[in-house]
Design a protein around this ligand. Structure first.
Ligand code: 8YV
Length: 316
């Protein structure tokens, strides 16, 4: 195939170098400089691009699809679909794929954050490094994790993987999900606030689709109470972040473990300065094995599409 016959793909964001290298051997890749102006970013290539790589946090809007009239496939490096217009994709005959191999790692991250906050691991580390132990200080005790009451908001694949782990810690598990999951056998509560009232640890694992903004609000945090720990491995906008800042500052809740934020990568300064909060830069799925698998799925889906074979992990 001559260079001019090569299929052209648009690349959104900083995709995995190994994925770009593998695709670059076969396809012509165009990095999109601005997702707000895909057509302007790509110039005449916009009319030739037939596939695109994106991330869930950017997604793929109808306007982005309109900028690429020959688009046939969007591959997302991740699983969140909230910023990808699936209806618009269906209308245009564009297929969308994700990388559904990250649930176990995200569940692990939720456990780590909850244990870190309750057993003061990161703050103890900071305290030791600052020389307080060597200077004769007495580190503060933490809160027990095992055997406590865990509330899971969102009993999807991450929620289920998390529950399995929490059972091993002898936790009493309850959940809230607008779509009940009778097969799990855990107690279903009528609302997030009701669940929070009966929980020592409240885990947010829900998908961030339409109508989910601020599902954890001041009322839910107040219901969790001054001994409660809140963990978010889902999406930042599911929580009223201002109410969360107030809750950890005022002792309305005991602490929080947060992997996601409302306006990533910007994290409220108040959270950064708080001792009873553990922060992660959206790393829930970031293990070598999972990220490699995610990259492999992107490549396999693009290869299947270009060869006219069934896609590996198609959602639309
Ligand atoms: C990924 C995510 O880490 O899958 C998702 O929806 O938010 C994360 O697991 C992210 O897509 C990679 O940047």
């Amino acid at each position: 195939m001559s260079t001019s016959d090569r299929v052209e793909l648009a690349v959104i964001g900083r995709q995995r170098p190994a994925v770009l290298e593998a695709l670059g051997a076969e396809f012509t890749l165009h990095q999109v400089a601005s997702v707000d102006d895909v057509a302007g970013s790509l110039g005449p290539a916009a009319g030739r691009v037939r596939g695109a790589l994106s991330f869930p946090m950017v997604g793929f809007s109808a306007a982005m699809m309109d900028a690429l009239p020959k688009l046939e496939i969007v591959t997302l490096y991740g699983v969140g679909l909230e910023r990808t217009d699936l209806a618009a994709a269906r209308e245009r005959g564009v297929v969308v794929t994700t990388t559904p191999v990250l649930y176990e790692d995200v569940a692990d991250t939720a456990v780590v954050l909850a244990m870190d906050v309750s057993r003061r691991i990161t703050s103890g580390d900071r305290w030791l490094r600052a020389g307080h132990w060597a200077a004769g200080g007495q580190a503060a005790s933490g809160r027990r994790f095992s055997g406590k009451r865990a509330g899971i908001l969102g009993m999807g694949r991450i929620g289920r993987a998390l529950a399995k782990r929490l059972e091993a810690f002898d936790m009493q598990i309850g959940y809230y999900d607008p779509r009940p999951a009778p097969d799990v056998g855990y107690r279903l509560y009528g609302s997030g606030a009701e669940l929070a009232r009966e929980s020592d640890f409240l885990f947010l694992c829900a998908a961030g689709g339409p109508g989910t903004r601020h599902v954890v609000d001041a009322e839910t945090l107040a219901a969790l109470g001054p001994d409660g720990v809140f963990v978010n491995v889902a999406r930042g906008w599911l929580v009223d972040e201002r109410a969360l800042v107030d809750a950890v500052t005022n002792g309305t809740i005991a602490g929080a473990g947060l992997d996601v934020f409302d306006d990533e990568p910007n994290v409220p300064q108040a959270l950064i300065e708080m001792e009873n909060v553990v922060l992660q830069p959206h790393m829930g799925s970031a293990t070598h094995v999972t990220r490699t698998e995610m990259g492999r799925l992107v490549l396999e889906n693009v290869a299947a599409w270009s060869e006219g074979k069934p896609l590996v992990t198609q959602v639309v």
